[in-house]
Design a protein around this ligand. Structure first.
Ligand SMILES: Cc1cc2nc3c(=O)[nH]c(=O)nc-3n(C[C@H](O)[C@H](O)[C@H](O)COP(=O)(O)OP(=O)(O)OC[C@H]3O[C@@H](n4cnc5c(N)ncnc54)[C@H](O)[C@@H]3O)c2cc1C
Length: 479
C-alpha cells in the first residue's frame, strides 16, 4: 500500500482494503474501452466509514470514485485520476420494508435483484428492470437515475426516491426527504443527487417507493414490413388508453441475428414490436391484448404472437435481450462496447427516420451494430460490437459515433435518455447543455470545492475532455 494511504487503516480494517496491483485491475474497466486503475479500493461498512474516508481524502485532495457493481456503459465508475475507489457492496442491507406505506429503506450496495426478491415476499416490487438488474446496485441506479425496460409505465428511478442519506465531499452527512410519498419542502435536492453519477456526494441510504406486483401481464410480439408502421401502431395503442408498460422496437439485423442463432422460429420482418401489458385479472388482460392486436393489424402488423406464460414472454423478448449471446456465438472476438451513442433520445416523430439513418451510417462504415429502442419514448439503443484488438474497427466505430451524435443534434434530440454522461459522452455534451453547464459547474463547486469526487466526468472539469488510456490505445492513436 502506498504510504499516503496508510492512515486509512485507522478508519477501516485491513480486510476492507484492496491495494494489490493485480486485484486493482478488476476495478479498472467497465463497458467502455478505457482502462483506469485506482490506487486503492475501500469497502466501507457504515456511513461513518464513508464520512471518515471522504474527510481524509478531501483534506489530502485525493480523488474518490464511488462504485456500485461497475456495470456502467459510460465509464462513470472508473477512477479517471486513480486515487480511492469506494466499493459500496458491503453496505448491502435492506433496512426496512413498509408495504402498508409502499416504502422501503435500503443501503446502496444491495443489488436490484436481491431487493426485488425480498420485496416480492410482500407482494411488492421496485419496478425498474434495467438490463443489468441482476447485478446493478441500488446506489448505482439511483446515482445514474437509470431507466428500465418498463420505463414507459414506471419512468426513471429518480421519480421513485423519497429520501436519501448522502455524504458530501468534506465528510458531512446530510439527510434528505421524509417518510411520505409526497414532499414539496424546499429545493428538490433528491432529484439533484439522483443522477449526479457520484460527482456531488456518496449515497449511503435510500428510501424508495415500491409498487404492488402486477397481478397478471402479457407480452405481445408483432412483425412489420415497414418500420414507420411500428410508430403509427405505437401512437394508436397509446391513444387507445391501453397504457402498455413497455413498447420496444427491434430492427431487422437484430431480429434476424437472434432468430437464426437462437433458433426461435420467428417470421422474417423489417422490424419487430414487443409490447408488455399488465392488468388486474385475465379478462382485462385479454381485452388489452386484443386492443394492441387490433391497432397493430390496422397498421399492417402481422404474425402476432402473445403469451402470459413468463418463460414464453422471455422468449418473445429475446430479439431485444439476446443480441449479445447471438453476436458472441457468431462473431468470435467481438464484444459490445459503450460508445457515446448507446442511448440517445429523440422525439417520436423523428425516431424511425433516425433509426434508419443510423443503420445506413453503421453499414457505410462497416460497423457491426444492432439498433433497437424504447419506441414509446424515443430512446434508441444501438448496440455496437467491436473486434477489440483491431484498430480499424475502433476507427470505423468512432467515425460512426461522430456522425450519429451530429444526427441526434440535428433533430433536437439528447445524447443520453438513460445512462447519463459519464466519461465517454463528456466531449460531446457542451453543445447540448449550453450555458446550463455553467450552473452545473457552480453546483459542483459548492458541493465539492476541492474537486475530489468522480473527477473527469459529466464535463465538470477540463479532464473530461481528454481521451483517457484506451484498451487498444497505442494502435488506435496511430490513426
Ligand atoms: C447489460 C447491461 C444492460 C444495461 N441496461 C441498462 C438499462 O436498461 N437502463 C439503464 O439505465 N442502464 C442500463 N445499463 C447501465 C448500468 O447498468 C446502469 O447505469 C446502472 O445504474 C449502473 O449500476 P451499477 O451498480 O453498476 O453502478 P456503477 O456502474 O458502479 O456506477 C454508476 C455511477 O454511479 C456512481 N455510484 C455508484 N454507487 C454510488 C453511491 N453509493 N453513491 C454515489 N454514487 C454512486 C458511480 O460513481 C458511477 O458514476 C446496463 C448495463 C449493462 C452492462
Amino acid at each position: 500500500m502506498k504510504s499516503e494511504f496508510r492512515q486509512l487503516l485507522k478508519i477501516v480494517n485491513q480486510e476492507n482494503i484492496i491495494s494489490d496491483e493485480t486485484d486493482l485491475l478488476a476495478y479498472s474497466r467497465d463497458l467502455t474501452p478505457y482502462i483506469l486503475k485506482p490506487d486503492i479500493v475501500i469497502f466501507p461498512e457504515t456511513t461513518k466509514d464513508v464520512s471518515e474516508v471522504l474527510k481524509f481524502a478531501n483534506e489530502k485532495k485525493i480523488p474518490v470514485t464511488m462504485r456500485g457493481s461497475g456495470a456502467s456503459f459510460t465509464g462513470s465508475s472508473l477512477p479517471r485520476k486513480g486515487g480511492i475507489v469506494l466499493d459500496m457492496s458491503e453496505m448491502n442491507h435492506i433496512i426496512k420494508i413498509i408495504p402498508e406505506d409502499f416504502i422501503c429503506v435500503a443501503q446502496p450496495g444491495v443489488s436490484l435483484g436481491e431487493l426485488n426478491s425480498e420485496l416480492m415476499k410482500y407482494d411488492c416490487i421496485f419496478p425498474h428492470d434495467i438490463g443489468s438488474k441482476d447485478v446493478s446496485s441500488l446506489g448505482g441506479v439511483v446515482a445514474s437515475d437509470s431507466h428500465g425496460h418498463h420505463g414507459l409505465k414506471n419512468g426513471k428511478v429518480g421519480n421513485w426516491i423519497i429520501g436519501l442519506e448522502v455524504v458530501l465531499a468534506n465528510g458531512k452527512i446530510v439527510k434528505l426527504g421524509t417518510n411520505t410519498l409526497r414532499n414539496n419542502c424546499g429545493f428538490n435536492l433528491i432529484r439533484l443527487f439522483a443522477g449526479s453519477q457520484g460527482t456531488l456526494c456518496a449515497i449511503t441510504e435510500i428510501t424508495i417507493c415500491i409498487a404492488p406486483l402486477p397481478k397478471t401481464s402479457a407480452t405481445i410480439g408483432i412483425f412489420f414490413d415497414e418500420m414507420e408502421n411500428v410508430m403509427s401502431a405505437v401512437r394508436a395503442i397509446i391513444y387507445a388508453g391501453v397504457e402498455p408498460s413497455a413498447i420496444e422496437i427491434v430492427d431487422q439485423f437484430s431480429l434476424n441475428a437472434v432468430n437464426k442463432t437462437l433458433q426461435l422460429g420467428f417470421p422474417k420482418a423489417e422490424a419487430m414490436m414487443i409490447t408488455d401489458v399488465e392488468a388486474p385479472d385475465d379478462d382485462s388482460l385479454e381485452k388489452k391484448v386484443n386492443v394492441v392486436k387490433e391497432m397493430c393489424i390496422a397498421h399492417d402488423g402481422r404474425d402476432i404472437l402473445w403469451s402470459k406464460d413468463p418463460k414464453e414472454m422471455d422468449t418473445l423478448w429475446l430479439p431485444r435481450t439476446g443480441i449479445d449471446i447471438a453476436i458472441a456465438k457468431t462473431h468470435a472476438g467481438y464484444r459490445e462496447v459503450g460508445f457515446a451513442i448507446a442511448d440517445p433520445c429523440v422525439s417520436l416523430s423523428a425516431m424511425i427516420d433516425v433509426m434508419i439513418k443510423m443503420r445506413q451510417i453503421f453499414d457505410e462504415h462497416d460497423v457491426l451494430a444492432a439498433v433497437f429502442g424504447h419506441v414509446g419514448l424515443g430512446i434508441i439503443h444501438p448496440a455496437v460490437f467491436v473486434k477489440v484488438d483491431d484498430p480499424n474497427e475502433w476507427k470505423a466505430a468512432k467515425k460512426a459515433e461522430k456522425e450519429i451524435v451530429d444526427l441526434i443534434a440535428q433533430v433536437g434530440g439528447t445524447i443520453t435518455g438513460e445512462h447519463g454522461i459519464g466519461l465517454i459522452k463528456s466531449p460531446f455534451v457542451p453543445a447540448e447543455l449550453g450555458n446550463s453547464l455553467d450552473i452545473m459547474r457552480a453546483i459542483k463547486q459548492l458541493f465539492d470545492p476541492n474537486g475530489i469526487l468522480n473527477i473527469g466526468k459529466m464535463c465538470l472539469d477540463e479532464l473530461s475532455f481528454e481521451e483517457p488510456p484506451h484498451s487498444a490505445y497505442s494502435k488506435y492513436k496511430d490513426e
